[in-house]
Design a protein around this ligand. Sequence first.
Ligand SMILES: [Ca+2]
Ligand SMILES: [Ca+2]
Length: 468
Amino acid sequence: MVLCALSSTVLFVLVSLGISALSPQAAAQTLAVRLVAGGFDFPVQVVSAPGGSRLFVPQQTGQIRIIQDATSGTVLPAPFLDLSGELSLDFFQEDERGLLSLVFPADYATSGFFYVLIATTIANPPDVDGRIEVRRYQVSADPNVANPVSKTVILSVAHPPRVETGALEYYHNGGMLAFGPNGKLWLSIGDGAGWFGNDPNNCAQNAASPLGKLLRIDLALLPMSTVVAPFGNPCPILPSQTAVTIWATGLRNPWRLSFDRQTGDLYIGDVGQDATEEIDVVGAADLSGSGPNFGWRAWEGSSTNSAVCPGDALCTNPGAVTPPVYEYGHTVELCAGSVTGGFVYRGSNPMLQGQYLFADFCDGSLRSFVWDGGGGITGSVNDLKSQLDPLGQIQLPVSFGEDANGEVYIVDLGFGAGAGEVFQIPVPEPSASLAGLTALATLGALLKFRSRRRLAEGMERRRRTRPL
Ligand SMILES: [Ca+2]
Ligand SMILES: [Ca+2]
């Protein structure tokens, strides 16, 4: 009588809450996201400064917008910083460059410094070679306006374009900045491949090149001059110095990564080629020293890449490679997958507590799992689309974000300028009892949700086949 036992369990949970399945209290505990603010031009992140209530929204076009607070959703009219005049982007070529990431250090309140990552050709002076820069800026006397003159380029990496379709192609920039343990600044850089991918120069396995890597910067050791990986090599070489370390190799396009704010564990979403999307995890205890080889280009997920295997020596050496803890295949027609790495949820909603949230930019899915502390996940992956986004408002989930309190947001890139949106995962009603919420979380874990919604925006599919 397993079925009866299960039904009794559900009934017990409901009775213990003192509610029926349709009661207002239960309905109030929905996971459905709340629109905080819209109208953004290609937003790529939502970021907070430590201790503050403002939300900063970097847009791919170069402006950083400010949401005054999550409750009001008021977007300030003037940008915090505007780098659009320095960026040269071509959205008709599905440009993946631009302002891609923003991060505030723990001492922002006293130092006023913050960091951005841009991928661009430089408009003035013009160059056509492409580069990725990590820059430091400082806020002005007005807390809502940064000082553009404070610009300091701390790292500049040549990111040569490919010519594969007759046009210059600037794909696979990576593009995430995050502070990790001990105040080190981490950043991801993609392999720099063009339209056809497959890392034609195998830069991701070139140990001296920052392409296809995860880098760690010790800001205290930064030299007075910019650390430069110069042009002239299809896999630009990072000079030997102490401030910038190439930490992990073998990544393809690590668009988004995060550190669990409770444990310090590192989660990387690495966008795959033709078959597999993957999420790699490194425990906090393993973040010192040198990092893993995540396998690209010989390995896509836990399988060898037929485009370069068996010729590539790494194809026959799986022991040298750290496979993902979770991977999924491309199944949606006309729509290659593109994983968007998220966060381990540490917000105030117990229904998602401790789950790693992630998305797919291409099919709009929203899912979660719990890392098992080793090479896999505990139980199965949860499909959260119908719970988090029952109205189908999030078409292009490009990023997740956390505010200063750990509440989690989802950024929808939007189909075109002005269509970008920021959503918040709901914070529970203060009146709800913790016991009741815990019981609801148990109930939620018993339920399976699936979403097979297909997006109808056929004109946009072409763009969506290109991972950012
Ligand atoms: Ca891999
Ligand atoms: Ca939307």
